[in-house]
Design a protein around this ligand. Structure first.
Ligand code: KIV
Ligand code: ZN
Length: 500
């Protein structure tokens, strides 16, 4: 019988740490429920001491989710552990994830400490967490750059102190796959508590050199029995190992004799939900979930696929939940069809919220022939903008070749109406200058990306922006079939987040 590999999803902790990806509690619950349906074993729901928002999210996710273990992150600090235990009070299965840096650079520069003292602090944290919960995971931060002999001493000590899982993070994404695999093998061979089954090892790989998934697989092949992953590989800097890659590698390569509980047909809907709620586009060539992942464009490939799909396709798109025959929503689709499609994507809407989203859906379906998953996820999230103090009333732009663009804009600011106009180098420039004539704050546009969601000139354009104001960078998002309006909506989204 195959060994069981536990899937620990940290989309809501390591993933959510990414600037611009923050979710509110309601959105986190949506993601957590979808992760439960996907079949993950552990959901890392947050770092409760870091903010009241994180604390509250761990509480609410604990109430909303039934069978996965809910995990809360802490430093090796008693107060962190107290707060994590309090946040986990409603979880049916709970885990505290505590830890400390173990590489020489962390010990010296971060803690101004020494190796022996770090082991003492690690042991004390695990013992303290054990007072609250049976299931304690310990992380040896920067284990990727920690020498194996010392790391084995740390792992041995925390397992003896009661850790049930020991996480070996390649925090900086530095390791080569052979090196990371050898590290896991070394620990398996040198820590008695691991071979005795007292604890399992976990991988937690970052993607700075593009090796997160390769390192995770090397770790699994050498004995790790938990993999820490995120949906779409989102996470600090270049991201974390992506869940969908690990799940599909294990499904395709039966020689790696481990099983997961992942229902792979839920992968694609989960990917769309996370991308949409976090406003984080998935790169088109992303393995498994990218728009082009199953698109064969060269003539030779198309010819081969038509003769026999296995010539160029190692995964059946249906296995990851991509169904070309899925019902396409149009202006003739009813509320029930919209509700059903949203539910497949992890969004449960009822009553007034469903009605409001359906009305928006009908407006969009009038402009676009076919309304796709991204469109309806975007519509379902549109009520976030409704709560904003500053709203776009209207926008009119005249533009063309060889002429300056001119924009007139109307804003509703907490119920009061304002209007302004401006000219600029192109329609977006003119519209934003007109907007700034009303807002009158010194803002700097730091980043501006426009992305069409799928295909067709009637498609919805998504705009992501970063605007600097008063020493802070704010992230904004807008979506509209008109990209100038989408750009202005994204700018307004940023302004609504200004602290003063
Ligand atoms: O990358 C890392 O080391 C982490 C730990 C806090 C687990 O995210
Ligand atoms: Zn991490």
């Amino acid at each position: 019988m195959s060994d069981r590999l536990f899937i620990f999803d940290t989309t809501l902790r390591d993933g959510e740490q990414v600037p611009g990806c923050q979710l509110n509690t309601v959105e986190k619950i949506q993601v957590a429920k979808q992760l439960e349906a996907l079949g993950v074993d552990v959901i890392e729901a947050g770092f409760p001491i870091s903010s009241p928002g994180d604390f509250n999210s761990v509480i609410e996710i604990s109430k909303a989710v039934t069978w996965p273990t809910i995990c809360a992150l802490t430093r090796a600090v008693q107060k962190d552990i107290d707060v994590a235990a309090e946040a986990l009070q409603f979880a049916k299965h709970k885990r505290i994830h505590t830890g400390i840096g173990t590489s020489d650079s962390h010990i010296k520069y971060k803690f101004n400490s020494n190796r022996e003292e770090i082991i003492e602090r690690a042991v004390a944290a695990v013992k303290y967490a054990k007072r609250y919960v049976e299931d304690v995971e310990f992380y040896a931060e920067d284990a990727g750059r920690t020498d194996n002999e010392y790391l084995a001493r740390v792992v041995d000590a925390v397992v003896k102190a009661g850790a049930t899982v020991v996480n070996i993070p390649d925090t900086t994404g530095y390791c080569l796959p052979q090196e990371f695999g050898a590290k896991i093998k070394y620990l398996m061979e040198h820590v008695d508590g691991l071979s005795a089954g007292k604890a399992i090892l976990s991988t937690h790989c970052h993607n700075d050199l593009g090796m997160a998934t390769a390192n995770t697989i090397a770790g699994i092949m050498n004995g790790a029995r938990q993999a820490e992953v995120t949906i779409n590989g989102i996470g600090e800097r270049a991201g974390n190992t992506s869940l969908e890659e690990v799940a599909m590698i294990l499904k395709c390569h039966k020689g790696i004799d481990v099983d997961t509980n992942i229902n792979t047909q839920k992968i694609y809907p989960t990917s769309r939900l996370v991308s949409s709620l976090m406003n984080m586009p998935v790169q088109p060539n992303k393995a498994i979930v990218g728009r082009n992942a199953f698109a064969h464009s060269s003539g030779i490939h198309q010819d081969g696929v038509l003769k026999n799909v296995q010539t160029y396709e190692i995964i059946d798109p249906k296995d990851v939940g991509i169904d070309d025959n899925a019902i396409v929503l149009t202006a003739r689709s009813g509320r029930a069809a919209l509700k059903h499609r949203l539910s497949v994507l992890g969004v449960e809407l009822e009553g007034e919220r469903l009605d409001a989203t359906y009305q928006e859906f009908l407006k969009l379906a009038d402009k676009k022939k076919e309304v796709n998953d991204d469109d309806i996820l975007m519509l379902a999230g549109a009520d976030r903008a409704a709560a904003h103090a500053i709203k776009l009333d209207y926008l009119q732009v005249t533009t063309g070749m060889g002429v300056k663009s001119v924009a007139c804009i109307g804003l509703d600011i907490a119920g009061e109406k304002f209007e302004a106009s401006a000219s600029g180098n192109g329609p977006v420039d003119a519209a934003i200058k007109a907007l700034k004539n009303i807002i009158k704050r010194h803002t700097v546009l730091k980043e501006f990306t426009i992305q069409a969601i799928s295909k067709g000139s009637d498609d919805v354009g998504k705009v992501h922006m970063q605007v600097e104001y008063d020493g802070h960078v704010y992230y904004g998002f807008g979506a509209n079939t008109d990209i100038v309006s989408a750009s202005v909506e994204a700018y307004i989204d940023c302004i609504n987040k200004f602290k003063k």
